[in-house]
Design a protein around this ligand. Sequence first.
Ligand code: MN
Length: 239
Amino acid sequence: MTVTWPDNLVPAFEVRRAVVPVVGSDKGFPVRRIYCIGRNYAAHAREMGADPDREPPFFFQKPTDAIQYVATGTTVDHPYPSLTKNFHYEAELVCVLDKGGKSVPVDKALDLVFGYAVGLDMTRRDLQRASGAEKKPWEIGKAFDHSAPIGPIFLVAQVGHPAEGVISLKVNGEIKQNANLNQMIWNVAEQISRLSEAFELFPGDVIYAGTPENVGPVVAGDTIEVHIDGFPELNLRIV
Ligand code: MN
């Protein structure tokens, strides 16, 4: 990594870095940055008021410590965040990188991928919408504490590069989102390639690959179950 600050200074205190468990390994995946793609399924773009045919992909970030790890077979308490009255789920495939690059061509992009996980891009929808309407940054709507739940990481050797298969989400056992990974407007390789034109990518970078249509609200007491074919379910309880 190109370090542009003094690299010989001893830190005055330690700062915890998010590390996500990797299935079949005793070594975790250290998270460097969290990138998210916006409006990457046509029907979701339409429900957000955008035209899916004309818009190039766009990205935003969440802070690394927004990661909330959800172990398989557990239901993790997810705190209802402050300031919002319209707290939304977005079920997403998550792609994680163990190699980096700049301006990576699409046909080389998957070489950067370490593995995949099931995730949620939790969103304070009312604040996100207000920010957009006022031409303000999205931070408060997207980049808050615990806003990036993620399940364990599966290596490419275990799950391949999931390009099709059901991605679905239930609230209190009732199906809310139900789509197919093959409905992404920009596939994972294209996302990596585009992203690497804007930012140099590094090992540890994580990409939330977008949510399909029928996002919606949850309140305290609700349970969320996210399913992607080939992965175990991710379960949360809003508290
Ligand atoms: Mn999203």
